[in-house]
Design a protein around this ligand. Structure first.
Ligand code: HEC
Ligand code: HEC
Ligand code: HEC
Ligand code: HEC
Ligand code: HEC
Length: 495
């Protein structure tokens, strides 16, 4: 049964929805607690971080609004509250929107994934599509077992917030996995699977590794912190940051854009290890580039992997002369449909019922992410499943590509550079939204290309091969490449 909107209940009852009965109230009202601004008084750090996060941006994001508007139009409204159910969950549950087309009329405090929405979750009722039950009371749940009394709200420990408890991943996971509603989609495709990937991987603790939940990696500790700026609150061992960065960045004016970008880059920089191998063969040389997902607790890219565009730029030089290059893409130029036939692109492949490529959720009939099958687009790098080097699955995190793919490049390079580059949303997808009149061209031009630079500040590229670096005792090594013989290699992590 659908819960009645609170506004309706409020007029029937003498006291507000979810509030204590009259005379017993010792906290702010539920309405006050719905507003993140209320929390800022006592939790300024959490509030500031959250304000710049994608959780705060979720219903402002012009790409979200454009896609939802187009989806509603193309499905004749059949998408309903599917999209806003995750991007503005409180607005839906308060009965303020049914399709996300009126978000400008919804108070800003109820847009996005808000403080109250997360901290009022009482139970998780499923593994996808925001299957979360709110208590609708004035108790804030968290991971502190012995919270001080506060005049604002009651507090309660819940394992759903405790990084040491695998159930905390269920809270995040219920929104970070999407199963398409069918109809309007052609099939009930499990389109975004970050949580599923995590449950099958090393960090769920089920395959012999140490448990690391979503929070362990996405909410970093600030040791020895005060949780609430109120008299008498002592220092606790840690508080946990609420920036929750991934790959998306705000495309419009929004708080903390520079900080979000910096934190995103810091996380991306430690996500992949890479190798460049060079084999000298009759008539020239062949390169092999390997990417190893060492940092993500799931595939890379994950989640909205159908919109992500991760690609490699590889350039081989002899002196200043370029002997070979692939993936050299100008800013503003899409990578999908790029004339470079060897361009190595990592993203989830999504297809319509007729097998052609899809851009929009509601058209998706099937997906593909297997890097060994080159017959159709779609390749993302699996996350780790074991720490046992003798286990066959140890190497699932390694994917590699040869350049050139079938032929031999001419010459004898003395330097090869690799840049691993990422666009949070493909320009081909944005162009599609511009063409349908749903997205302003100026927003498309705000889309950045991020670089994964493990030695940021020291190097402009992800990895550089030189005759000398391939002989470095810590980073250089030799490897036999099938059909090519012994190659000289370099990695950006110690072997
Ligand atoms: C996406 C869900 C989510 C949102 C949105 C969110 N939080 Fe949290 N918050 C958490 C989780 C999870 C923890 C516990 C982290 C842990 O212990 O591992 C937490 C912890 C806290 C704590 C306990 C101390 C600390 O920092 O660890 C406070 C206070 C807090 N949040 C306040 C807020 C406020 C204020 C907002 C909005 C401005 C907010 N939260 C938004 C999930 C969320
Ligand atoms: C008037 C001050 C005040 C306001 C306003 C306030 N809090 Fe708190 N909050 C506290 C205090 C005090 C604690 C306990 C801190 C401690 O024990 O170190 C706390 C603790 C918490 C915790 C941890 C609970 C636990 O057991 O883990 C969460 C989560 C939290 N607050 C969320 C919020 C959210 C969300 C808002 C806004 C809706 C909010 N608070 C508004 C004072 C406040
Ligand atoms: C109510 C649903 C919901 C819950 C619960 C939720 N998220 Fe999110 N999360 C979202 C949405 C929606 C976005 C994307 C907003 C956008 O980019 O427009 C997002 C974005 C993110 C991002 C940034 C992704 C990127 O590519 O930039 C991270 C990281 C993240 N969430 C982690 C978490 C963690 C960790 C938790 C659990 C503590 C959590 N989320 C709980 C809905 C949710
Ligand atoms: C072992 C650490 C680790 C764990 C555990 C982990 N993540 Fe991540 N996550 C990463 C890294 C590293 C990245 C890639 C770097 C980045 O996006 O900035 C990432 C990226 C993401 C992204 C952006 C993905 C994309 O390509 O669009 C989301 C969303 C996300 N994580 C959510 C989650 C959720 C939800 C969980 C729990 C079910 C989780 N993560 C568990 C480390 C982790
Ligand atoms: C089950 C919750 C959920 C539903 C339903 C959902 N989203 Fe999202 N959305 C997310 C999360 C989580 C992210 C961040 C994923 C990541 O970074 O990997 C996100 C990110 C996005 C983004 C920003 C990044 C990108 O992919 O371009 C857009 C735009 C977006 N969603 C649009 C939509 C639209 C349109 C719908 C409905 C057709 C929708 N979403 C339905 C949870 C959801």
């Amino acid at each position: 049964m659908r819960r009645l909107p609170c506004a309706a209940l409020g007029s029937l009852l003498a006291f507000g929805c979810g509030e204590d009965p009259p005379g017993q109230s010792s906290t702010f009202s539920r309405d006050q607690l719905l507003d993140p601004a209320t929390c800022a008084e006592c939790h300024p750090a959490q509030h500031a971080e959250w304000s710049g996060s994608m959780h705060a941006y979720a219903a402002e994001d012009p790409v979200f609004r454009a896609m939802n508007a187009r989806g509603q139009r193309e499905t004749g409204g059949a998408l309903g509250d599917f999209c806003v159910g995750c991007h503005a969950p409180l607005a839906v549950r308060e009965g303020l929107t049914t399709d996300g087309l009126n978000l400008d009329d919804v108070p800003a405090a109820l847009r996005g994934v808000t403080c109250y929405f997360c901290h009022n979750v009482e139970s998780v009722t499923g593994t996808h599509n925001a299957a979360l039950k709110l208590a609708n009371d004035t108790t804030m749940r968290g991971s502190i077992p012995d919270p001080l009394k506060s005049k604002a709200h009651r507090s309660k420990y819940s394992p759903l917030f405790d990084r040491r408890d695998p159930r905390s991943a269920e809270l995040c996971g219920s929104c970070h996995d999407i199963v398409l509603p069918s109809p309007p989609a052609p099939a009930a495709v499990h389109l975004e699977r970050t949580y599923l990937e995590w449950t099958e991987g090393l960090f769920s603790g089920k395959t012999g590794g140490e448990l690391q939940t979503c929070n362990s990696c996405h909410m970093l500790p600030v040791p020895n912190s005060v949780i609430a700026d109120v008299p008498g609150a002592g220092v606790r061992p840690a508080r946990y940051t609420h920036d929750m960065v991934g790959v998306d960045l705000a495309l419009t004016s929004f708080p903390r854009r520079a900080e979000q970008r910096q934190l995103t880059e810091q996380m991306l920089d430690v996500t992949l290890r890479s190798e460049i191998c060079l084999a000298e063969v009759p008539g020239g040389f062949v390169l092999e580039v390997l990417l190893d997902n060492v940092g993500a607790g799931h595939r890379f890219p994950s989640g909205a992997a159908h919109d992500r565009r991760v690609f490699t730029e590889v350039i081989a030089y002899e002196g200043q002369t370029r002997l070979y290059q692939s993936g050299v893409v100008a800013d503003g130029e899409p990578v999908v449909g790029h004339p470079d036939p060897e361009l190595w692109l990592l993203r989830e492949g999504v297809f319509k019922s007729d097998g052609s490529e899809a851009h929009m959720f509601w058209d998706v009939a099937s997906t593909k992410n297997d890097c060994s099958d080159l017959s159709r687009p779609g390749c993302t790098i699996p996350g780790p499943v074991t720490i046992d080097k003798t286990h066959p699955d140890f190497y699932v995190t390694h994917v590699s590509r040869r350049f050139p793919q079938t032929q031999v490049a001419q010459g004898s390079p003395d330097r090869v550079t690799l840049r691993v580059r990422l666009r949070p949303v493909g320009l081909d997808v944005l162009d599609d939204l511009v063409a349908s009149g749903d997205l302003a061209p100026a927003i498309r031009d705000e889309m950045q290309t991020l670089d994964l630079l493990p030695n940021r500040g020291l190097s402009e590229v992800s990895l550089e091969w030189t005759t000398a670096s391939a002989q470095d005792p810590l980073y250089g090594f030799e490897r036999t490449l099938p059909g090519l013989g012994v190659a000289r290699c370099v990695s950006n992590a110690r072997r």
